[in-house]
Design a protein. Structure first.
Length: 122
């Protein structure tokens, strides 16, 4: 990929990363506040399930953050935009839709089909 295109994707990824980290940090603060407020109430069950949900969201966000960081590393290593499975270009259209993509659309389709057939491999 051309260096100036790489810069565009690097900027895109960094913007996503910083907005995720901002909301991530804010929500962690909220969670701590909530715990204090709810400590006296009898509604522990609701609190627990709410917290479960929040933590799951954090897991997902953390995963996305990891994916973005890995993508930025690939830009720095000069490996960005290359399919991990077949070595073809992933293609800018796909990367614009999903800048963290590690596989071209063909390999990703194949991968997803495999995961559907054998979910235990996940
Ligand atoms: Zn591929």
């Amino acid at each position: 990929m051309e260096p100036d295109r790489l810069l565009v994707f690097r900027k895109l990824l960094q913007e996503r990363l910083s907005s995720l980290e901002t909301s991530f940090g804010a929500r962690i603060g909220e969670l701590v506040d909530q715990r204090d407020v709810l400590a006296d109430t009898a509604d522990i069950a609701t609190e627990e399930s709410d917290r479960d949900l929040t933590l799951r969201m954090h897991d997902h966000e953390r995963k996305v953050v990891d994916e973005i960081r890995a993508a930025i590393r690939r830009i720095d290593d000069g490996e960005y935009g290359v399919c991990e499975a077949c070595g073809d270009d992933i293609g800018e259209r796909r990367l614009l839709a999903r800048p963290m993509a590690t596989h071209c659309i063909d390999c990703m389709t194949e991968l997803e089909a495999t995961q559907r057939r054998e979910p235990s491999l996940l």
